[in-house]
Design a protein around this ligand. Structure first.
Ligand SMILES: [Zn+2]
Length: 342
């Protein structure tokens, strides 16, 4: 089985994002939001059959761990109330996709975060995602301010209510920023990659893994700059007398394979132990073009992994085994959703 742990619903029906625009406009004008739009099952099916499901079939993958569009989370917009309503709408839509295509999609939730608002307000939505929707993880935004980094670092007890729930439910979090409202940062370029790198660095120098020994985080986009600069982080850990980097982080931190060229994948697989790498493509996401050097889509990451000098068993860990281990509820959810599909 080939499990892609990083997919977003970038092809959602137009009225979904349309409502978000109206919601924020209403909030700015001090008015209540309009009623949520109607979306039929057929409309949702159409966006998936011609979108993520089509690409799964073309590329030969089986299951996508699927969450709301990341840049669309927009935690810097509106306030805690608008974030709660928007997260609720987005997660409900993911649940509908997973119900319509139970063999192909399993959900991960976005959180109703807001800049400088305690993540305590995410607890109810995490419970709904796990208990009502059967989701297996969450996306945690380390910078809800959208590129201004106004919240405490992930090492801070500020975030502990979310960590407690992650451990209680046995769900990992993918550290994933949203859109940048700071013109210095390009959303899916420098903002995403620095969000990944910053999140890793904050956790690495923290006592989070001492306080939550079983907690698990996925650093997306191949870990940002982390694998490339593994020597720097090893040296920083050593200088700070934190111990060996591999011993500090590798029980709790995992890297996905959203790296869009073979040399990058080779480096990832050379630096990071195979047990800490999880297959992902983020298809129909940030980079949608075809690489003229290969003739294939940049985000067709399965091709790169197939070319790595790894054993069949190691590739099976990257494609399936590690995801089942890191997403503690995944195997049971696959069973449950497959039964529903029959
Ligand atoms: Zn993403």
């Amino acid at each position: 089985m080939i499990i892609d742990c990083h997919g977003h619903y970038t092809t959602a029906p137009r009225q979904h994002e349309g409502w978000r625009t109206q919601q924020i406009e209403a909030h700015t004008a001090g008015k209540p939001p309009p009623p949520r739009p109607t979306m039929t099952d057929d409309e949702i099916r159409e966006t998936i059959v011609g979108g993520q499901l089509k690409v799964q079939r073309e590329r030969g993958t089986d299951l996508t761990i699927f969450s709301p569009r990341a840049a669309g989370m927009g935690h810097h917009l509106g306030d805690a109330t608008t974030s709660e309503a928007w997260a609720s709408a987005c997660n409900e839509l993911i649940h509908r996709v997973c119900s319509l295509f139970p063999k192909n999609f399993i959900g991960v939730g976005m959180l109703p975060q807001s800049a400088r608002v305690s993540p305590q307000n995410c607890i109810a939505e995490i419970g709904r995602c796990v208990n009502e929707y059967g989701f297996v993880g969450v996306n945690l935004n380390p910078d809800p301010s959208g590129g201004h980094w106004q919240d405490p670092p992930l090492s801070d007890h500020y975030w502990y209510p979310v960590y407690e729930k992650m451990v209680e439910y046995d769900i990992p979090a993918m550290i994933h920023v949203s859109a940048s409202c700071n013109p210095a940062f390009h959303t899916t370029g420098s903002h995403y990659l620095s969000g990944d790198t910053t999140g890793f660095n904050q956790l690495m120098t923290s006592s989070v893994f001492k306080d939550f020994p079983t907690i698990k985080f996925i650093i997306p986009h191949g870990g940002g700059a982390v694998p490339y600069h593994w020597g720097r982080f090893r040296g920083l850990a050593q200088d700070a007398k934190l111990g060996l980097l591999s011993e500090i982080v590798l029980k709790n931190i995992f890297f996905d394979t959203c790296v869009y060229h073979l040399p990058g994948q080779e480096l990832l697989a050379k630096v990071i132990p195979v047990d800490n790498i999880i297959f992902a493509s983020e298809m129909i996401g940030a980079v949608r073009g075809i690489d003229p050097e290969t003739g294939h889509h940049y985000d067709d990451t399965k091709r790169y992994i197939e070319q790595l000098p790894l054993s069949v068993d190691d590739k099976a860990k990257i494609f399936e085994g590690n995801a089942r281990r890191v997403y503690g509820r995944l195997s049971a959810t696959i069973e449950k959703q497959s039964a529903r599909a029959v």
